[in-house]
Every structure is written in C-alpha cells, then in structure tokens.
Design a protein around this ligand. Structure first.
Ligand code: IPE
Ligand code: IPE
Ligand code: MG
Length: 250
C-alpha cells in the first residue's frame, strides 16, 4: 500500500473531487520551453490524479481541461490543445478500461473541432459500463454559460407549460446543468498557486472545500492528491450548522 494512503481515513473521502489543472505554461517557461511543451507534459499528472482518486474510493473526479475563456488564447495554442485532447483520449482508452474509468464530459462540446467531438463521444460510449470512477472532462466549459443555458431551457419549459414557475427549485436547476448526473463537489483542488475559481462549477461548489497548492500541474503526482485529502479530512464541514450540531467538537 502507498505509504501516504496510511494517513487517509478511507471512510471519509470526498465523493466528488474537482481539479483546476493550472500552471502548464509556467512549468514550460521555467525550462525555457514553449507553453505547449507544458500541455504535452500534463498527461502523467492527469493519470496520477485519476488513479489516486480511484485508490481511495472517490467515485467522481472532474478535470477542468479547457474553459470557455481559453478560446481566446493564441490559435496555435488552442489548436495544440485540441490535438492533444484527441490523441490523449485515443491513447488512454485501454487504460480507461483497465482501471474501470467511465468517461464523461461537461461544457459546450459542440464547439470543439468535429474530430475531437467524435473521439470524445466514442470514448464516452465505449466506457459507459465502467464503474470504478467517473472521470468528467470539462471542455469548453464555463459555469456562467452553463447557468445561462439552464435558465433558457427551464424558461422554454415554463412557456410550454411543462414546468410550473412555483415548482422551480434547486433540484430542477440541478437537472438542467451539464452536471445533472454528478453529485455536488466536495473538494476542489487548484494547482499553480492561483487562488481563484475561474468560472468553474460555481453552483456545484457552493459547499466544496477549496484546496490550493503551489505545485504546477505537470509536476502533480499521487502524493499531492493524498496531501489534499489529508488536509480535507482535517476540516470540519459545517454546512451552516454549529460545531456542536456536527458532533465533532473537541
Ligand atoms: C492550464 O495551464 C491548462 C489550461 C488552461 C488549458 P495554463 O496553460 O493556464 O498554464 P499557466 O497558468 O499559463 O502557467
Ligand atoms: C483555468 O485556468 C482553466 C483551466 C485550467 C482549463 P486558466 O489559466 O485559464 O485561468 P485564469 O485565466 O488564470 O484564471
Ligand atoms: Mg493558467
């Protein structure tokens, strides 16, 4: 067993971990390389984060791979990211199967290049019966856009008398988000030292624990995820209640 795993209480692991994989560009620059070199070296970190999450029994991991705002990057970088996405998904398919990974996506994936959409759909379809962990890629994802879309779709249903305005509640909103089939985020990890959310899962992280590390994404390994879990387990999630009510007051 991994040495670090010993410090983890396997009865209290986050059900859903979300990661903002940040710092690829800086990692490359530090070595005098182009930003794309950083993206190319991010795959090991992705594998390690997913494996470590599966090791501890986490059922959902969501990775922020490309934001709606990232479309504004230089075309060369966007194109490189899209090619990397296509090649990595193809390459990883056997490992997804071997490790029981069910692939899922959130975001305006219809904006991705056709080839990326095809490969993504293929991988999602082929892994649909895997059940160890659900790996969701946030691609062309923006939380505000997601909420705008949900409002539009709910409004249409109101107009068509399919939904009564008085009945709109959190559950109905949840069901109209890209994440309708995912639980709320318990732990959000962001690498590279930036301490912001950058339009990621705003609704779904309402009560998530936030964890920031200076590690740049290409350097992220299992041990870093375990550190985040241990930190998470030392927190008291009160959800608005008092410590006494939670019963863990010491
Ligand atoms: C994260 O690394 C990857 C994506 C946003 C696609 P960055 O590319 O943002 O790296 P930095 O933040 O510039 O170092
Ligand atoms: C957030 O990282 C998006 C992804 C990791 C895909 P960014 O590097 O784009 O975020 P900002 O612009 O620094 O907030
Ligand atoms: Mg960044």
């Amino acid at each position: 067993m991994d040495e670090k795993l010993r410090g983890i209480n396997l009865n209290n692991v986050p059900r859903h971990i979300a990661i903002i994989m940040d710092g690829n560009g800086r990692w490359a620059k530090k070595q005098g390389m182009q930003r794309v070199f950083g993206h190319r070296n991010a795959l090991t970190a992705v594998r390690q984060a997913v494996e470590a999450s599966a090791d501890i029994g986490t059922k959902f991991i969501t990775l922020y791979a490309f934001s709606t705002e990232n479309w504004n990057r230089p075309k060369l970088e966007v194109d490189a990211l899209m090619s990397l996405l296509i090649n990595s998904l193809r390459k990883e398919l056997p490992d997804f199967h071997k490790n029981g990974i069910k692939v899922n996506s959130i975001g305006a994936t219809e904006k991705l290049p056709k080839k990326a959409q095809r490969v993504l759909q293929e991988v999602i379809h082929e892994t649909r019966n895997n059940s160890t962990i659900t790996l969701t890629f946030a691609l062309s994802y923006g939380s505000r856009e997601e909420i705008v879309n949900a409002i539009k779709n709910i409004s249409k249903k109101v107009v068509n008398n399919e939904i009564d305005v008085k009945k709109i509640d959190e559950k109905i909103i949840n069901n109209h988000l890209y994440t309708f089939n995912l639980p709320d985020v318990d732990l959000m990890i962001r690498t590279s030292g930036e301490q912001r959310i950058s339009n990621f899962l705003l609704w779904q992280m309402a009560y998530a624990e936030l964890y920031f590390t200076d590690v740049l994404w290409p350097d992220f390994r299992k041990e870093h995820l375990f550190d985040a879990i241990i930190n998470y387990q030392n927190r008291e999630r009160r959800f608005g209640k008092t410590s006494e009510q939670i019963g863990t007051d010491v």
